[in-house]
Ligand binder design. Structure first.
Ligand SMILES: Nc1ncnc2c1ncn2[C@@H]1O[C@H](COP(=O)(O)OP(=O)(O)OP(=O)(O)O)[C@@H](O)[C@H]1O
Ligand SMILES: [Mg+2]
Length: 227
């Protein structure tokens, strides 16, 4: 097993059969001990966070599998905090795809002149480049195509999948009395036909959810979802 990438919240290993093993760490993104799913730094370390994130990820990837939505998921070992996945080719150096149901986070920081905090948004999809040095800049469909990162046809698939998957997560959260405000996904191309599939994770660290007017922290969210 060879370590091929050390991420902020996971390490990536190459397995002998060519698949990848994702090892979930207890590190969470944020600043000075405060969680922020949009942050590009590790802001806090909480014991058990990795396993809890993996358990939720496993639950969602299995729901998606049942619904016929393509993902990289093969299986998960909760005790070891690892997930086996199919290797994907990233779009450029990686994209983040965000689906927004309410105006908060970076959307509000950018467009605050035109929206109220928490204003409803209709499953609005945005793409950002994974580029920590440039604070993950938002990028348009035209720019993605022009820069050779993602074609217009692929963009359509990506957007459609994003809205479908976010809708499923929103529904599952609603069953536990939570409202999904926003969520971020990663996608990649898999196999010889370069099928676009969901990769990475769906944990509390990738979304903002509220319950009774208060934001639900990732660990609390995972506890509520899995109990
Ligand atoms: N199936 C896959 N194939 C290839 N790469 C993958 C796959 N699933 C996840 N990855 C990549 O593995 C890495 C996981 O590490 P981690 O989540 O710590 O990411 P990061 O990019 O360092 O930080 P962040 O996501 O918080 O910005 C990410 O770069 C992600 O794009
Ligand atoms: Mg990540």
């Amino acid at each position: 097993m060879k370590l091929i990438y050390t991420g902020k919240t996971k390490n990536v290993y190459l397995l002998e059969d060519g698949n990848y093993l994702l090892k979930f760490k207890d590190d969470m993104t944020g600043e000075n001990g405060v969680f922020d799913p949009g942050s590009n730094t590790v802001g806090l370390t909480v014991e058990g966070a990795g396993r809890a994130g993996l358990r939720l990820t496993k639950m969602f990837f299995e729901i998606l599998k049942d619904k016929g939505i393509p993902t990289h998921y093969i299986d998960a070992d909760i005790d070891a905090a690892t997930m086996t996945v199919k290797p994907a080719k990233l779009f450029g150096n990686g994209l983040e795809v965000i689906c927004r149901y309410r105006a908060v986070g970076s959307f509000l920081r950018r467009y605050g002149k035109y929206v109220e905090e928490g204003q409803p948004l209709d499953a609005f999809v945005e793409v950002t480049l994974k580029d920590d040095a440039r604070q993950d800049p938002p990028i348009t469909e035209d720019a993605l195509d022009m820069l050779g990162i993602l074609s217009h046809d692929e963009y359509k698939v990506l957007k459609e999948l994003t809205r479908k998957i976010a809708g499923i997560v929103k529904e599952e959260l609603a069953k536990k009395g939570m409202e999904l405000y926003d969520i971020k996904f990663e996608f990649g191309r898999i196999g010889e036909d370069n099928q676009i599939v969901l990769i990475d994770e769906i944990s509390g660290g990738n979304m903002r959810a509220f319950k009774d007017g208060k934001q639900v922290e990732p660990l609390e969210l995972e506890k509520l979802m899995l109990e």
